[in-house]
Design a protein around this ligand. Structure first.
Ligand SMILES: O=C(O)c1ccccc1NCC(=O)[C@H](O)[C@H](O)COP(=O)(O)O
Length: 213
């Protein structure tokens, strides 16, 4: 079976990109949500994307972004994918996909069984799904909170599109998450950091190794 593909989200320095590539991760995520400690400007993200080796999928994470914001990101940064981490509707996902000609990964937050229904509907429009923990009601960030959901909710489930597991994953628990859910792709932000927004190369390497068994 093909090895598990890993996305490391919220890279801010060229050293982060180098660490992600050296570890063998498949995706590098750049965060354009201003309140996040992982936020990067278009100019900074461009430098990071240009430092990425061929084959590393460069993903822009946005939250309910309007067309002007997306226009600036897509024009300024060489990208391979857009990650929609807000409340984007099925129609908005389809619109963004058509407007930019890039694959779109739509995030669905999960706290319980009832949240899984949204995955079926959104998989008609998105190229990939990212199944993350639903943020707490009072959270400032819609993602990157280091919170896990009950992975058992995903056991035996299938969706039309490739999917990625996220939420509270760490080098210590990712192997169990993969074993239990059957995920072939995983995503992490805070679990490979030494402080909010500060990636740790050793933790990135440990995470990829653990995810890929
Ligand atoms: O990471 C952030 O700061 C963030 C802010 C706003 C929206 C999404 C954000 N992160 C998205 C991701 O893809 C994370 O990797 C995912 O939510 C998992 O985060 P974590 O539990 O910290 O590994």
């Amino acid at each position: 079976m093909a090895e598990v593909r890993v996305k490391i989200c919220g890279l801010r320095t060229v050293a982060d990109v180098d660490a992600v590539a050296a570890a063998g991760a498949g995706y590098a995520g750049f965060n354009f949500f201003a309140p996040s400690p992982r936020f990067v400007t278009v100019e900074a993200a461009r430098a990071l994307a240009l430092a990425a080796p061929p084959g590393l999928c460069k993903v822009a994470l946005v939250v309910d972004a309007d067309d002007a914001t997306l226009d600036a990101i897509v024009a300024g940064v060489p990208l391979d994918m857009l990650q929609l981490h807000g409340h984007e509707s099925v129609a908005r996902v389809a619109e963004i996909r058509a407007r930019y000609g890039l694959p779109v990964m739509k995030v669905i937050g999960v706290a319980g069984e009832a949240d899984l229904a949204a995955l079926t509907e959104i998989s008609l429009a998105a190229d990939q799904l990212l199944i993350d923990a639903k943020p707490p009601k009072d959270a400032v960030l819609p993602g990157g909170n280091g919170l896990a959901f009950d992975w058992r909710l995903l056991v035996g489930r299938k969706w039309l599109k490739p999917w990625m597991l996220a939420g509270g994953l760490t080098p210590g628990n990712v192997a169990e998450a993969v074993r239990l859910t059957g995920a072939r792709q995983v995503d992490v932000a805070s679990g490979v950091e030494s402080a909010p927004g500060v990636k740790d190369a050793a933790r990135i390497a440990d995470f990829v190794r653990a995810a890929q068994g």
